[in-house]
Design a protein. Structure first.
Length: 300
């Protein structure tokens, strides 16, 4: 961190310390324990009051194994928000939360706080991420699912996305580094697929793989389309990003773990060739080749 950044951080920390002391005096930090699936029920005016409460999984044994829980926080607790990237669903900011540099994902359009479908994507992302603890999956630190302060707070991944590293910054990596990244992605994906019930990411691509500052420890992110492979979630709605979508998805068939494995194959080819997948083709051509007849030998 730069000296200026360090000074600023010290100032923020001092402010935070004072606020903490005050809060301790007033003893107003409440700890509530609700199932995360119920978080939405109490949308309300007292968002702010509850901003320091902890929402976690039910303590009944059977539920506990499935519900990780997350820290229910308020966007107003994050300081120094700086916009750094934009994806399909959210704008990504860097900020400082309780003295720690974090990534904050907010909806692209603040009005979507009132859009049930988009809210559901955010809720699903939080719910699924809160159940996963793995070195190759981005760490969910907190979230706010109420009101207009809708946000997801994640660990900050200094290296940015694998897409940026490969295609924008065009970092010249050796094969050892590339293998390490590929292996990390495989480990993260295997961890999702061996969950019970299994989790299908459905949008695996280099934009959704983050890296640390050494560019060697990848972390899967963006679980907005992720689903569990259980009866209630089986879907054949087309979802994902065209270049990474398996042929069966173009044919309207249900997604499966294999659809993620297909996307992983595309990611592998991207890691080792450092070329954009299907760069020479138009979207319609990708659809045509994938959906109708599959690829001819050597097509990839
Ligand atoms: N934790 C993070 N640390 C650093 N950059 C991140 C982090 N999370 C996301 N990003 C950046 O923000 C972009 C968009 O985030 P993502 O979660 O994929 O949102 P969307 O659902 O809108 O695609 C990513 O491609 C990446 O460049
Ligand atoms: Mg994304």
């Amino acid at each position: 961190m730069s000296e200026a950044g360090g000074g600023k951080l010290a100032e923020i920390l001092a402010k935070k310390r004072a606020a903490r002391e005050k809060a301790r005096e007033e003893d107003n930090v409440s700890i509530s324990r609700n199932a995360s699936s119920n978080v939405d029920q109490n949308e309300s005016e007292d968002d702010e009051r509850r901003s320091l409460s902890h929402t976690s999984g039910s303590y009944e044994h059977s539920e506990r194994s499935r519900t990780g829980g997350f820290v229910n926080m308020s966007l107003s607790q994050v300081e120094d928000l700086t916009r750094v990237a934009q994806g399909g669903l959210g704008i990504l900011y860097q900020g400082i939360w309780r003295g720690t540099v974090v990534a904050v994902k907010k909806p692209v359009d603040p009005r979507v706080a009132n859009d049930p479908a988009l809210k559901e994507d955010f809720r699903r992302e939080v719910e699924i991420l809160s159940e996963i603890r793995h070195p190759n999956v981005v760490l969910l630190m907190g979230a706010c699912l109420q009101g207009t302060g809708l946000c997801i707070v994640l660990e900050w991944c200094q290296g940015g996305s694998l897409y940026d590293v490969l295609h924008r910054r065009r970092v010249d990596m050796n094969n050892h580094q590339r293998v390490k990244i590929a292996r990390g992605v495989a480990c993260g994906l295997a961890f999702l697929h061996t969950a019970s019930p299994a989790i299908i990411h459905r949008d695996l691509k280099t934009q959704n793989i983050l890296l640390d500052e050494t560019l060697s420890a990848p972390k899967l992110c963006d679980f907005g389309l992720a689903i569990r492979l259980s009866d209630s979630y089986v879907t054949n709605a087309q979802a994902g990003t065209p270049s990474y979508m398996a042929p069966e998805l173009y044919r309207g068939e249900a997604c499966s773990l294999a659809s993620d494995v297909y996307a992983f194959g595309i990611v592998l080819s991207e890691i080792f060739s450092q070329e954009l997948p299907f760069a020479a083709l138009e979207l319609s051509e990708i659809r045509e080749k994938e959906g109708d007849g599959g690829w001819e030998a050597g097509g990839l």
